[in-house]
Design a protein around this ligand. Structure first.
Ligand SMILES: [Zn+2]
Length: 130
């Protein structure tokens, strides 16, 4: 059954339609707006650490060993060197929030780059046609 207005290929073409430049632009602005909402960022990672002390009869040397901790530790690369910092419970929570923001920011930028590549390809296509 052929639609007299649309023609028989139209529904297929519509189903496989790639986003238009306008749609790319909308998504691009959305991503930029999301980036604008992100709080402070911080690099590195936070992980629990366990310690073994110097006292030979301590529980941390028992069998099975019961190490001290967990303590929270922030680790990051600063000028090519690995830096560690012992954190309080409160500091660890803050670092985790900021590090999460940083991860989110990088994911958004990655998507932003992908959308921009599609959009700029469409712009370039138009330049060639004119
Ligand atoms: Zn110990």
């Amino acid at each position: 059954m052929v639609d007299p207005l649309l023609g028989e290929n139209e529904p297929v073409a519509r189903a496989t339609k790639t986003p238009t430049l306008t749609e790319h632009e909308r998504r691009y602005r959305e991503l930029l707006a999301e980036i604008g909402e992100i709080g402070f960022i911080r690099s590195g990672s936070v992980a629990p650490r366990f310690n073994y002390c110097g006292k030979p009869n301590c529980r941390c040397h028992a069998d099975p060993p019961q190490p001290h901790g967990p303590y929270w530790q922030w680790t990051a690369k600063v000028d090519g060197k690995t830096v560690n910092r012992r954190l309080s419970e409160r500091e660890a929570a803050l670092y985790q929030e900021w590090i999460g923001n940083d991860r989110r920011l990088r994911a958004l930028i990655e998507e932003l780059r992908a959308v921009a590549e599609q959009a700029t390809n469409l712009v370039l296509d138009q330049v060639v046609k004119v």
